[in-house]
Design a protein around this ligand. Structure first.
Ligand code: XIL
Length: 358
C-alpha cells in the first residue's frame, strides 16, 4: 500500500470518527465503527465536501428524515460527505401547513438540527409549488389566496430564519413550452403571483437568498428561455430574486450539451445558479458500462458548474440508491445516485470527487 493510500485511509478513519462525534449531540446511537470500509481505497481528498470547498463550492444532498432517524450509515455519510442539505419533503407545504394556519415544523427541524451539528448549510425547499400542496389550498377563494400564500411564506421562513440560508421560493412554474403552469396560484392570483411570492420572502427573511427552481431548464430550450425572460424581467422590475435552481433529474447519457452555456446566461443576469436536485437514472438492470456513463454525466454537471463562477454548487437528490424517488416515479429506471443501496460508493462518487479536485 502506498504512503498516500495509507494516509487516505487514516484521513477517512478520522473523518468517520468525526461523523460519529457529530451525531452525538442529536442523542442518536452511533454505529460508525461498523461503517463499511470498501470506500477507503481512493487516493486524494478524503470527502466530497472537502474537495468542493477547495473550489469554493458546496456539495449537497437531499435528506430524508426517516433514514436520518433509523440508519447510522445514512447519518455518517450524510454528515461526512456533504456541506449542504435540502429536506427532500419535510419543508413542503403539506408538511409545514397541513391545515390552514396550523404550522408543523418537527420533521423539518430534524433536518435543520442535523445540518447544524454537521456544520452544513440548509437549502429550503420549497414555498410555492403546485405539488405536495394540501387540498385545503385548492379550496381557498380567489380573493384570499394571495394572503394565504404570503402568510405561508412568512411563517415558514421566519421559523427557519438564521438556519436556512437559501430558499426555493417558487418551484416548477412553467410548462415545457414555456407557458405558465396553470397551478392554483397562477389561476387565482395571476402572473404576478411569482413577484408577490418573492417580495413576501424578502420581507420574511432579508438575509436569505431567494431562488426560482425548475426541471428541464438545464439546457437552452423553450422552458429555460421562459425562465430566463422571467428572471430578467423580475430583476428589471426590482423584484428580489437572487438565484436560479436547475433541478437536473437526468437520464444516463442525456446531460444537455448546452448546460454550461445555460448556467452562464443566467449568471450574466446577475443571479446565482445552483444545481438543486441532481440524479442520473439508469435503465435497469445497471451494468458497468451504464455506471460509467452515469459517472461521466455526474462529472459533466460538476464541471459545468465549476466553469461558471456564480454557480454556487451541486446538490444531489439523495445519495444512496436505497432511498431514491426514481424507481417509484420512473418505472424501469433506478440506480440514479452516487452510493449503491448498500452504502458503497459507485463510479459516480469518484467522478464527483475527482471533478471537484479530490
Ligand atoms: C420528490 C421526492 O423526492 C419524493 O420523495 C416525493 O414523493 C415527491 O417529490 N422536483 C422537486 C422535488 O422539486 O420536490 C421532488 O421530490 C422531485 C421533483
Amino acid at each position: 500500500m502506498s504512503t498516500t493510500r495509507s494516509l487516505t485511509r487514516l484521513t477517512r478513519a478520522l473523518a468517520t470518527l468525526a461523523g460519529a462525534a457529530l451525531i452525538v449531540p442529536l442523542g442518536l446511537v452511533s454505529t460508525a465503527g461498523a461503517e463499511p470500509a470498501a470506500d477507503s481505497d481512493r487516493a486524494a481528498a478524503a470527502t466530497l465536501r472537502e474537495a468542493a470547498a477547495t473550489k469554493g463550492r458546496f456539495v449537497g444532498a437531499a435528506l430524508y428524515q426517516g433514514a436520518l432517524n433509523n440508519e447510522a450509515s445514512y447519518r455518517t455519510i450524510a454528515g461526512r460527505e456533504f456541506s449542504s442539505v435540502t429536506a427532500e419533503n419535510e419543508m413542503k407545504w403539506d408538511a409545514t401547513e397541513p391545515n390552514r394556519g396550523q404550522f408543523s415544523y418537527g420533521r423539518g427541524d430534524a433536518i435543520v438540527n442535523f445540518a447544524a451539528s454537521a456544520g452544513q448549510q440548509v437549502h429550503g425547499h420549497t414555498l410555492v409549488w403546485h405539488s405536495q400542496l394540501p387540498s385545503w389550498v385548492n379550496g381557498v377563494p380567489a380573493g384570499e389566496l394571495r394572503s394565504v400564500m404570503n402568510n405561508h411564506i412568512t411563517n415558514v421562513m421566519q421559523h427557519y430564519r438564521g438556519k436556512v440560508q437559501t430558499w426555493d421560493v417558487v418551484n416548477e412554474a412553467f410548462n415545457e413550452d414555456g407557458s405558465r403552469r396553470q397551478s392554483v396560484f397562477q389561476q387565482r392570483i395571476g402572473n404576478g403571483y411569482i413577484a408577490d411570492a418573492f417580495r413576501a420572502a424578502r420581507a420574511a427573511d432579508p438575509n436569505a437568498k431567494l431562488y426560482i427552481n425548475d426541471y428541464n431548464v438545464e439546457g437552452v430550450n423553450a422552458k429555460s428561455n421562459a425562465m430566463y425572460n422571467l428572471v430578467r424581467d423580475l430583476r428589471a422590475q426590482g423584484v428580489p430574486i437572487d438565484g436560479v435552481g436547475l433541478q437536473a433529474h437526468f437520464i444516463a447519457g442525456q446531460v444537455p450539451s448546452s448546460l454550461q452555456q445555460n448556467i452562464q446566461r443566467f449568471a450574466d443576469l446577475g443571479v446565482d445558479v445552483r444545481i438543486t436536485e441532481l440524479d442520473v437514472r439508469i435503465q435497469l438492470p445497471a451494468d458497468s458500462g451504464k455506471l460509467n456513463t452515469q459517472a461521466n454525466d455526474y462529472r459533466k454537471v460538476v464541471q459545468a458548474c465549476l466553469a461558471v463562477s456564480r454557480c454556487r454548487g451541486v446538490t444531489i437528490w439523495g445519495f444512496t440508491d436505497k432511498h431514491s424517488w426514481v424507481p417509484g416515479v420512473f418505472p424501469g429506471y433506478g440506480a440514479a445516485l452516487i452510493y449503491d443501496a448498500n452504502y458503497q460508493p459507485k463510479p459516480a462518487y469518484n467522478a464527483v470527487l475527482s471533478s471537484f479536485g479530490g
